[in-house]
Design a binder for this molecule. Structure first.
Ligand code: 6R9
Length: 630
């Protein structure tokens, strides 16, 4: 199948696409189009050009018409042990239609952006599907982002509608989401165009209260949406119409609004879910990712439903009430396929095997990982202890930009190697380039690029196509540059070595060092900051920040705490630096460029600093080493 997908992508993808419902067929002469070379005109990709479809229809109505109306679409497990509910495909379809009708009633049209800022409750994927039903573009913002980050995304997306929830309990922590939304709207000032805020009342977290409600802007879900009709006319959209946008961090500047379109994304999300997770209708699949990240889009919401499977949505945290929670849930519902991030595996491994062995886990038949390289020790523990040595592991490499898995094992189809993402998925042509952009052959190590379009690749950055070209295609003309390094072994297996740019991967979350730096210097006493990623036993990478403070100001514990608090409130708690290192000055070249390579070495206590001849002032390094433990 792989060979066929590369030699004749049009035939390959159109055969698969034929299994979905299309209101209008594609133009057979233009099934796959793409240009990755800026010297040959604008970068563009299209799949199934001319066709019309609707992904919500294919996720819901198509399944119902195949007799799956009573099959569970979502099994929801709340934060507390006794909170759960199952929603069938028919029930989800009704709820999606009610919300779609409400959105349409208040004037939301095809192409309009709708921001979703919600915890992992069924209303989150339902909101995504309701937007898709009417052709609106959803922009989910992870509910761990601060008011400031949310405001930035509201402004950039020019959204007029926000869907949220008053509050949520995660473990024992209460998150007051509605007040974060209120602050974000306030912070947005004139740049914020929000006219409607729809709020789910989560009375499990806090009692029903309207104290902060603003008349004509704020609406309770249960008082408005519940009253709408449960049938809704589907908006048929072009295959290349935008389905959603999702912000992700790059190495420079503000987060990028990655835009995905409908047809190619639908076909690819469904196909990867089917083959990589071996998922069949009615199977119970649990992807632990939050819908605020790409993994939650493709493998909590769209992929499982497009396959008629049941997707488990978990509101809580894996260590509450104790570190056995995941396996308790697996046994309670009979989860067959479990997909998570290496950071979670490592943190549970540290708690010992007893929490795992307490549960049978006999329903599990396949395990997956995503988000960061998995170290072989964690891989082996996952395989041996969690999977009882009988479940294949799929280590799936992909990105927000790629929409779905690009390099991944296919379970039991070929031998796996702990720590390797194995081989490219159907239609994917990876290459490894050297720094000069030359393709390396055979066994090699270098920069990971992709040389031809695949159906679910991002089509643009919202409002900034030039940035799309500059960030991903200009570095190596003719190739999509992933920002990752990789090694290819003698069997053609890929081993992802991690980011080669200034993106830090903390617990599988992408954080741009530039964003953390700008949050630090927003503190009135911080004049300069340089942030690097360093190895972290549980999180994969941790954030190490060098800060220069105003001359004459004393560096105190208090100030250190304030600086960390500044990052928490500007970006979100997950981006808080692990270490703050006082730096009276930073190592720079004569032209003023910060030498991060040296900063990384000082941070991980590797004092073989290598070539420091480009340094303008060598004394700076000695001083930083001296101040390391201050
Ligand atoms: C899906 C997702 C993408 C970055 C990517 C890479 C890292 C993801 C990986 C992996 C090694 C894997 N990454 N999966 N590294 N092995 N199996 O995580 O998207 O949040 O955009 O992050 O994550 O560095 O470039 P996103």
């Amino acid at each position: 199948m792989y060979k066929e997908s590369i030699t004749d992508p049009s035939a390959f993808w159109s055969a698969i696409a034929s299994e979905f419902y299309w209101k209008k067929e594609w133009d057979p002469a233009n099934i796959v189009q793409g240009n990755f070379d800026t010297t040959k005109g604008p970068i563009s990709t299209s799949f199934f050009s001319g066709a019309q479809t609707n992904i919500a229809w294919n996720c819901l109505d198509a399944q119902i018409s195949k007799g799956r109306g009573d099959t569970a679409a979502f099994v929801w497990e709340g934060n507390g042990l006794d909170e759960n509910k199952t929603m069938s495909y028919s029930e989800v379809c009704s709820e999606v239609n009610k919300l779609a009708n409400w959105l349409r009633n208040i004037g939301v049209k095809k192409g309009d952006r709708v921001i979703i800022y919600m915890p992992m409750i069924p209303e989150l994927p339902i909101s995504m599907l309701a937007c898709a039903r009417i052709g609106a573009v959803h922009g989910v913002v992870f509910a761990g982002f601060s008011a400031e980050s949310l405001a930035q995304r509201i402004i950039d997306s020019e959204a007029k509608i926000i869907l949220t929830c008053n509050a949520v309990l995660r473990g024992t922590k209460l998150l007051d989401l509605k007040s974060i939304v209120d602050s974000a709207i306030g912070l947005g000032g004139d740049g914020c165009r929000i006219t409607h805020c729809l709020c789910v009342a989560n009375e499990r977290a806090v009692p029903f209260s309207e104290s902060n409600f603003i008349l004509e802007r704020d609406f309770w879900w249960k008082e408005t949406v519940e009253k709408m009709s449960s049938t809704c006319e589907t908006e048929w959209v072009d295959a290349e119409d935008a389905l959603f946008m999702l912000y992700t961090s790059g190495s420079t500047g503000k987060p990028k609004g990655v835009v995905h379109t409908t047809g190619g994304y639908m076909v690819y999300a469904a196909t990867t879910t089917k083959y990589v997770f071996d998922l069949k209708p009615g199977d119970l699949f649990w992807c632990t990712a939050d819908c605020g990240w790409i993994t939650g889009h493709t493998y909590v919401t769209y992929g499982p439903l497009l396959n008629g499977a049941t997707s488990l949505v978990f509101e809580g945290v894996p260590n509450y009430p104790d570190p056995g929670r995941c396996w308790e849930i697996v046994d309670k519902f009979g989860v067959q396929v479990f997909y998570t991030a290496p950071t979670l595996i490592r943190s549970l491994q540290r708690e010992g095997d007893d929490y795992v062995k307490k549960y049978s886990r006999s329903s599990l038949r396949l395990l997956g990982t995503v988000g960061e390289p998995i170290n072989p020790e964690a891989w082996k523990w996952y395989h041996k202890v969690v999977g009882n040595g009988k479940c294949p592991i799929v280590d799936t490499w992909w990105q927000t930009e790629t929409g779905g898995h690009l390099i991944t094992p296919l379970p039991a189809a070929f031998p796996s190697k702990p720590g390797s993402a194995a081989l490219p998925f159907f239609g994917v042509e990876p290459v490894i380039l050297n720094e000069q952009g030359k393709e390396l052959l055979g066994e090699c190590e270098g920069l990971l690029c992709i040389k031809s379009p695949w159906p679910s690749m991002m089509r643009t950055i919202y409002g900034d196509h030039p940035r799309y070209e500059t960030a991903y295609f200009k570095p190596f003309p003719g190739y999509y540059f992933t920002g990752d390094g990789a090694r290819r072994d003698k069997d053609g297996y890929y081993w992802i070595t991690g980011r080669v740019d200034d993106v830090i991967n903390v617990s599988g979350h992408r954080i741009g060092s530039a964003e953390v730096e700008s949050a630090l210097v927003s503190h009135s006493l911080c004049t300069e900051a340089a942030v690097v990623g360093i190895e972290h036993a549980i999180k994969g990478q941790g954030i190490y920040a060098y800060v220069t403070i105003l001359d004459g100001v004393e560096y105190t514990m208090e100030l250190k705490k304030e600086l960390i608090a500044c990052v928490r409130s500007t970006i979100g708690p997950f981006a808080a630096p692990d270490t703050i290192h006082w730096a009276p000055s930073l190592p720079k070249t004569r032209s003023g460029k910060i030498l991060r390579r040296i900063l990384r070495k000082i941070a991980c206590k590797d004092d073989s600093l290598g070539d420091i001849s480009t340094l303008a002032d060598k004394g700076v390094v000695e001083e930083l080493v001296r101040l390391r433990d201050v």
